[in-house]
Design a protein around this ligand. Sequence first.
Ligand SMILES: [Zn+2]
Length: 57
Amino acid sequence: MTIEKWNLKKSASCFKCGDATIHDVEVDTYTLKITCRDCGFTRYYKFHMVETPPQCD
Ligand SMILES: [Zn+2]
């Protein structure tokens, strides 16, 4: 099964250059990458979470 990445855009203040710029948001299966279009500063988030349904007996 091929998983397609999500490529999103978000306007936000950059952590590094401080400008309110467009940030590219790339969402993969377990990662989230946010890149400032102005200075190229990139933040990564990695996640691997599970949720188990409540037990019913
Ligand atoms: Zn920036």
